[in-house]
Design a binder for this molecule. Structure first.
Ligand code: ADP
Length: 676
C-alpha cells in the first residue's frame, strides 16, 4: 500500500476513534458540565488536526447536504474548510455522475473506496455510513485523499509501458533481456523471437530452448569472447553469427547489445538482433560474381598473354612484316622485326618518321605507290607491289597489302598490313618468263620452218610479179612503144610488189626475232588480221575458207602483239590441221572478236574439224602432248602461258548442235586502262 493509502486508513481509524471520543464527550458534557472546558480544548485540537491533514474530511446527511467539510486538501478543489457546509452534493456535482453514484452508494450504507477526478485533482475517497442507534443510515462520512501525483505517475508509467510495448512488438528485430550465463537464459523477448528462430518467446523464457543452443558452435565461442570483452570494457558488443532456425535453416544474425549494470553489478544483457541472411547471401552472390569475374579476367589475361606471345613469336620469326599505322595523324604503331631484315635499317626510323616508308621506295615506283596510298585511304584497301632501295643500294621487290580498321562509328582510323619480300618470286618469274620467251621463240622458229614452203610461195608471188613487170617493161621499151607515163606506172607497180615482198619479210622477221615482251595498248582486230596473213599460205594450201566476225571498234588491250599474234596463229594452224580429213568444201574457220558482258575482250577461233576426244581434252594443254606425227605438243601449252601472262584465260569447247561439229578455242584479255 502506498504511503498516502496507509495514511488515509490510519486517519480513518483515528477519525473513528475521534468520533467515538466526540460522542463520549458530548455525552459527558450533558452529564458533567465541569468537563466543558476540556471538551472545548479537545474540539480545538481536533479541528487543528483535521484542517492541517492533507485530506478532505466530509460528512453528508441522508439528503446529501454537506454537514462537514474540513481538511487541507480542500484547497486543491478551490474551497476553504467549512465552506461547503449546508450545500447539496447533488447540486454541487450534478455534472459528474461518477461522483453522485459514489455518494448514493455511501448514503445507501456501503463502505467502500472510490476513485474520482474532481476538477484537476484525483481523489481516493473512503466512504463510511453513519448509522444511528436504531440502525438507520443517517448519512455518511467521507475521507478523501488527493492522489493526483500517484495517478499521474501511474499514467505516465502506463503510457511509457504502452509505448515500449508498441515499440517492442513492431520493431523488425528481436529485443531481449537475458542473464549473462552460458546458455543466455532469457528474461524477456519480443514476439520477433518466433520469426527469427521458429521458437516462441515463452519457450525461451521457460528454458525449453536456449539461445546458445541455436548458435553455430563455431560462432558461439567467438560470441562469448566478444560479449565478455565488451562487458569488461563497459561497451556495446557487436556480433555476427549463424543461428540454426527451428526448420533447420542456418541463418545469419547481427546483434548489438550491452550489459545492464545495477549498483555497478552486471545484472543482465539486453540487445537487438536482426536477420541479415539475405544481405549476406546478396553479399556472397556479389562476391561470387566478382570472384568469377576476376577468375575470367585472369584466364582471359592468360589467354591474351599466350596469344600475344604466339603473335610475338610469329611476328618476330616470320619473314613477313606486320605493320599497324594510325592515319590521323600518321603514326606507325607497330612494325615487326622482319622490317629491319628486309629494309636493311632500324624500325625506329619508321616510328620516328612515318614518311620514311615512302622515302625508301624506288624513285620509279614512288609516285605510283604514293598516289595509290592516297586513293586507298578513301576505300581503305591497299594492294601494291613496289621496289625499295635499301641503304646498301640493293633493290628488293615488296608486295604490300593493307587492310582498314574502323572505329565504332565506321570511321577509318587505322590500317593494318603485311608486307613481304617477293624479290625471289619476281626473279623466278622473270626467269620463267625468259624461258617461256625462249621457248616461244623456238616454237616460232619451228613454225616458220614449217611455213617455209608456204612463205616461199607467198614471197614468190610479188617477186614473180616484179620479174613479169620488169620483163614486160623492158620489151616495151625495146620496141619503143612505152611513153614516160607508162614507164612511171610500171615502176610504181614494181615498187608496190617489192613493198609487199619486203612487208612479208618484215612480218616474218618481227615474228621470228628473239625479243623481250613489251605490252602496249593494241587493237586486237589488227593482230588477228596480221596472224591470218602469216597463216595465209597454210590456209590456202589446205583449201580452208575463213570467215571473220570482228567487232569494230573494239576497246584496246594492253598486249605484246607478237605474242598474241603467235597465240592466234597457233590456234589457226591447229584448226587447219584438224580439218585435214574433212571434205574440202566443209573446211571452215570462223574467227570472232567481241566484248564480253564482263568487260573483257574475247577472241574465238572455231573450226569444222572433228573436235576433241576425251583424251585430247584432258591433256591438251600439257607440254609435249600431241596427236600429230610431226607435232611438238608445245603450241597450246605456250599459248596458254602467254594468255595468262596477259592476265587472261585460254579455254576450249566442242561445237555442237545444228549439224556443226568442230572445236572452238577462245581466250579473253582485260581491256587496257585507257579504254575503261
Ligand atoms: P601440236 O599442234 O604440236 O600437236 P598443240 O599443243 O598445238 O601441239 O596441240 C596439241 C594437240 O591438241 C594436238 O596434237 C591435237 O591433238 C589437239 N588439238 C589442238 N587443236 C585442235 C583442234 N582445233 N581440233 C582438234 N584437236 C586439236
Amino acid at each position: 500500500m502506498s504511503e498516502r493509502g496507509r495514511l488515509s486508513t490510519d486517519l480513518m481509524d483515528e477519525i473513528a476513534v475521534l468520533r467515538a471520543r466526540v460522542a463520549e464527550l458530548e455525552h459527558a458534557e450533558a452529564t458533567r458540565p465541569d468537563t466543558e472546558q476540556a471538551l472545548r480544548e479537545s474540539r480545538a485540537r481536533l479541528r487543528t488536526v483535521v484542517s492541517n491533514a492533507p485530506i478532505i474530511l466530509f460528512s453528508l446527511d441522508a439528503k446529501g447536504d454537506v454537514t462537514l467539510s474540513e481538511g487541507k486538501a480542500l484547497e486543491a478543489l478551490g474551497f476553504k474548510p467549512g465552506q461547503l457546509v449546508g450545500k447539496s452534493v447533488f447540486e454541487l456535482y450534478q455534472d459528474q455522475p461518477d461522483i453522485l453514484k459514489a455518494v448514493r452508494r455511501g448514503l445507501a450504507g456501503e463502505t467502500f473506496t472510490d476513485h474520482a477526478q474532481v476538477g484537476e485533482a484525483w481523489l481516493e475517497t473512503r466512504f463510511t455510513p453513519m448509522i444511528d442507534s436504531s440502525g438507520h443510515v443517517i448519512g455518511c462520512i467521507g475521507v478523501a485523499t488527493d492522489v493526483s501525483d500517484r495517478v499521474r505517475a501511474e499514467r505516465a508509467l502506463r503510457d511509457s509501458e504502452q509505448k515500449f510495448r508498441l515499440l517492442a512488438e513492431n520493431i523488425p528485430g528481436l529485443i531481449y533481456l537475458c542473464h549473462n550465463d552460458a546458455p543466455y537464459t532469457m528474461v524477456y523477448m519480443n514476439d520477433m523471437a518466433e520469426a527469427l528462430t521458429g521458437y516462441a518467446p515463452a519457450e525461451f523464457l521457460d528454458n525449453c530452448i536456449t539461445f546458445a543452443q541455436l548458435m553455430h558452435p563455431d560462432d558461439l565461442k567467438i560470441v562469448y569472447r566478444e560479449v565478455e570483452a565488451a562487458i569488461a570494457q563497459r561497451r556495446a558488443f557487436h556480433l555476427t553469427y549463424r543461428l540454426r532456425h527451428r526448420d533447420g535453416r542456418l541463418l545469419w544474425m547481427e546483434e548489438v547489445g550491452v550489459g545492464v549494470f545495477m549498483d555497478d553489478k552486471l545484472q543482465f544483457l539486453e540487445g537487438y538482433i536482426i536477420d541479415i541472411t539475405e544481405r549476406v547471401r546478396d553479399h556472397d552472390a556479389v562476391k561470387q560474381a566478382r570472384d568469377e569475374l576476376e577468375q575470367r579476367v585472369i584466364e582471359r589475361t592468360d589467354e591474351l598473354r599466350a596469344s600475344e606471345e604466339r603473335f610475338r613469336q610469329l611476328a618476330e620469326n616470320i619473314d613477313q612484316v606486320f605493320w599497324l599505322t594510325d592515319l590521323e595523324p600518321p603514326r606507325v604503331v607497330y612494325v615487326s622485326p622482319a622490317y629491319e631484315r628486309i629494309w636493311g635499317k632500324p624500325a625506329q626510323g619508321l616510328y620516328d618518321q612515318p614518311q620514311d616508308w615512302i622515302d625508301s621506295i624506288h624513285p620509279q615506283d614512288r609516285d605510283r605507290v604514293r598516289d595509290s596510298w592516297q586513293r586507298e585511304l578513301m576505300t581503305g584497301e591497299l594492294h601494291e607491289e613496289y621496289r625499295i632501295v635499301r641503304p646498301d643500294g640493293a633493290v628488293r621487290w615488296i608486295r604490300d597489302r593493307g587492310y582498314p580498321i574502323h572505329d565504332e562509328e565506321g570511321k577509318l582510323i587505322r590500317m593494318a598490313g603485311v608486307a613481304m619480300d617477293i624479290t625471289d618470286v619476281r626473279d623466278a618469274e622473270a626467269r620463267a618468263r625468259k624461258v617461256q620467251e625462249e621457248l616461244a621463240h623456238v616454237l616460232r622458229l619451228y613454225t616458220v620452218n614449217e611455213m617455209v614452203t608456204g612463205l616461199a610461195h607467198e614471197l614468190n608471188q610479188p617477186l614473180a610479179a616484179i620479174v613479169n613487170f620488169v620483163h614486160g617493161t623492158r620489151r616495151r621499151i625495146a620496141s619503143g612503144v612505152m611513153d614516160q607515163g607508162q614507164l612511171m606506172s610500171a615502176c610504181e607497180k614494181v615498187a608496190e610488189q617489192a613493198e609487199r615482198a619486203s612487208e612479208i619479210v618484215r612480218g616474218i622477221r618481227r615474228f621470228v626475232v628473239s625479243r623481250e615482251s613489251n605490252s602496249v595498248p593494241s587493237d586486237l582486230n589488227r593482230v588477228v588480221r596480221d596472224a591470218l596473213d602469216l597463216a595465209a599460205s597454210d590456209r590456202e594450201a589446205a583449201q580452208v575458207t575463213t570467215h571473220l566476225e570482228l567487232t569494230d571498234p573494239l576497246p584496246s588491250v594492253d598486249i605484246d602483239a607478237v605474242q598474241i599474234q603467235q597465240v592466234i596463229l597457233n590456234l589457226v594452224r591447229n584448226a587447219v590441221e584438224a580439218m585435214s580429213e574433212v571434205e574440202e568444201s566443209h573446211r571452215q574457220i570462223e574467227i570472232r572478236t567481241e566484248l564480253t558482258d564482263k568487260g573483257l575482250v574475247r577472241v574465238t577461233v572455231s573450226d569444222s574439224g572433228p573436235g576433241l576426244g576425251a583424251n585430247a581434252a584432258a591433256h591438251l594443254f600439257d607440254p609435249f602432248f600431241t596427236t600429230k606425227h610431226q607435232g611438238l605438243g608445245m603450241g597450246l601449252s605456250i599459248s596458254r602461258s602467254i594468255v595468262e601472262s596477259h592476265r587472261g584465260t585460254l579455254q576450249f569447247r566442242n561445237r555442237t548442235g545444228q549439224g556443226r561439229a568442230g572445236a572452238s578455242f577462245y581466250f579473253t584479255l582485260p581491256i587496257s586502262k585507257v579504254s575503261e
